[in-house]
Design a protein around this ligand. Structure first.
Ligand SMILES: Nc1ncnc2c1ncn2[C@@H]1O[C@H](COP(=O)(O)OP(=O)(O)OP(=O)(O)O)[C@@H](O)[C@H]1O
Ligand SMILES: [Mg+2]
Ligand SMILES: [Mg+2]
Length: 513
């Protein structure tokens, strides 16, 4: 919820991590990003790659490494890898192959991982960061991508502290991954953050991955060096805050070593929550004994394929943001960015825009405000997890149009939205039924005189019970009248416009002076 508020209601400063690069110690970073592909089946078998099943229920003979089982490449995984590669401006290779990377680990039952060491599926891509769309301090920054390779995920090792057992879950074994390797082009934390955010948005938008760091769908290794020295790799960082803390710790560790005239040794480190810790040095680097996989055929691609994939790609996030901040949408940039990161909301917005602006001819500001501030704002206010399906665009559209046609007051409409957010059972009711249930319909079928009398009655009652507020108003705090108006609106469920109460209060209070 906090994230939601922050995303929509404020634009974050680029230095928020408190990490600053010391000009005397030039920072250089490269990322290796592992991304799980959202395929139905696994990379080389027909078991499901579903994420949260009971342990060891999505495991074929191949996934658990039984001898005699053979891999068969899942074309959907290849397609998703190609989509990502093309969207990242990479050169798709017409020839690529699979290799075996050997190491023993209990969650790696084959004894090797199938990856693309020598001939990856794509090379030489790039992603452009631009201060207009991304939180970076420079105007623009290009991050070059060395290569994108397809590989298998491993199983999971779970340490059961209570039973003091190590449990292996092979559901993840052989789930398709792509590893994206950037060139060491990052010079500061904001570039890294911005790149990861943009990459997450891209893979979600292309529907190739859920894009979550928290669930491990995206996992990042960070490579760090200073002043042209050796690179240190920090493995398996699970969240952007872990990544930021690990970078800060590693950068300062290398500075400290350099200041004390110690060399920075090329090694692999991990993150223990406080600092980076040594896992292995280059000397004891694992010898993976890469060999070409003899059971998988080469991938030969017609160059036409990448052109066809490029032509079929949807508009990419930056292009959509540019569209959203221009006519006819005129969204604020921060809202457009929020929508693009949340595809359901973006689609919701398009539907709402159609109903309210295009079909009913209302102002774009009305649609934008009600969605961003009132509806999404209501979820934040009541700390209800954002689920816009509770109020479909047709319903919100109807409410907005009624307010705009003066058939419902703004207060009543807000009250209805709050109720819809707070009580999901109301989902089935029509707007008319909701208006009756909560008694918020505008007062109709009564004469002007009857209304005026009713309003006066409410105001007289409130004045009588709030003499202290009246005292304030008459002694120079005229704004306190808003408090009285609020009470009156509450008393009448927002059925009467606030300006009617305002004039009546003013008229009655004038008698006090
Ligand atoms: N001088 C440097 N400073 C910081 N990062 C660097 C430097 N040189 C290379 N890198 C980064 O190191 C990473 C190397 O990744 P790559 O996957 O090619 O090799 P690896 O880490 O040896 O292999 P593995 O996939 O087995 O971990 C890249 O992200 C690259 O940008
Ligand atoms: Mg790597
Ligand atoms: Mg590495």
């Amino acid at each position: 919820m906090i994230t939601l508020k922050r995303l929509i209601h404020s634009s974050r400063s680029v230095c928020s991590s408190g990490f600053k690069v010391d000009p005397n110690y030039k920072l250089k970073c490269g990322l290796e990003i592992h991304t799980q592909l959202k395929t139905k089946y696994k990379l080389f078998s027909l078991s499901s790659s579903k994420f949260d099943s009971e342990p060891n229920t999505n495991v074929s003979y191949f996934d658990c490494g039984l001898p005699g089982t053979l891999p068969k490449l899942n074309p959907e995984a290849l397609y998703l890898a190609l989509k990502t590669a093309v969207a990242l401006n990479s050169d798709v290779q017409s020839f690529s192959t699979f290799d075996r990377k050997h190491y023993f680990y209990p969650d790696q039952p084959q004894g090797f991982q199938i990856t693309q060491r020598y001939h990856p599926i794509a090379r030489n891509g790039y992603l452009e960061l631009n201060s207009k769309f991304d939180d970076i301090t420079e105007d623009s920054k290009t991050i070059n991508i060395e290569q994108i390779q397809i590989e298998q995920d491993t199983g999971k090792t779970n340490y059961d502290k209570y039973d003091k057992l190590i449990k292996i879950d092979l559901n993840r074994s052989n789930v398709p991954l792509i590893e994206l390797v950037t060139k060491p082009d990052f010079e500061n934390m904001s570039q890294i953050r911005a790149f990861i955010k943009k990459y997450q948005t891209l893979v979600k938008h292309l529907d190739v991955c859920t894009g979550d760091l928290e669930t491990g769908a995206i996992r990042i290794d960070l490579n760090v060096s200073i002043n042209g020295g050796n690179r240190v790799e920090v493995k398996n960082l699970g969240s952007s805050s872990e990544l930021a803390s690990a970078l800060k710790s590693e950068y300062h560790r290398q500075i400290q070593l350099t200041k004390e005239n110690f060399p920075v040794i090329q090694e692999t480190r991990g993150w223990n929550g406080k600092e980076t810790v040594r896992l292995r040095s280059k000397e004891d680097a694992v010898e993976y004994r890469y060999v070409p996989d003899s059971e998988l055929p080469f991938i030969n691609l017609d160059p036409e394929i990448s052109r066809e994939i490029a032509a079929a790609l949807p508009d990419l996030p930056d292009a959509i943001i540019t569209k959203l901040i221009s006519e006819p949408y005129n969204l604020e940039l921060k809202h457009a960015k929020f929508f693009i990161a949340n595809k359901d909301i973006l689609n919701y917005y398009y539907d709402l825009f159609q109903i309210v602006v295009i079909d009913a001819g209302k102002d774009h500001k009305v649609a934008n405000n009600w969605l961003v501030h009132e509806l999404i704002g209501a979820f934040s206010k009541f700390e209800v997890p954002l689920d816009i399906s509770l109020i479909p665009p047709t319903k919100l559209g109807e409410i907005i149009i009624m307010v705009s046609n003066d058939e419902l007051t703004t207060t009543s409409a807000k009250l209805l939205l709050s109720q819809l957010v707070k009580s999901p059972d109301d989902k089935e009711l029509t707007i008319q039924e909701l208006i009756e249930k909560y008694d918020v319909g505008k007062i109709k079928d009564i004469t002007e005189n009857e209304l005026s009398e009713a309003v006066e009655e409410v105001c007289v009652y409130i004045i009588a019970n709030n003499q202290d507020v009246i005292e304030k108003i008459v002694t120079g705090k005229p704004k306190s009248i808003n408090y009285l108006i609020g009470l009156a609106m509450k008393e009448t469920n927002g059925k009467v416009n606030s300006n009617v109460f305002e004039s009546k209060f003013k008229e009655l209070i004038a008698d006090y002076k």
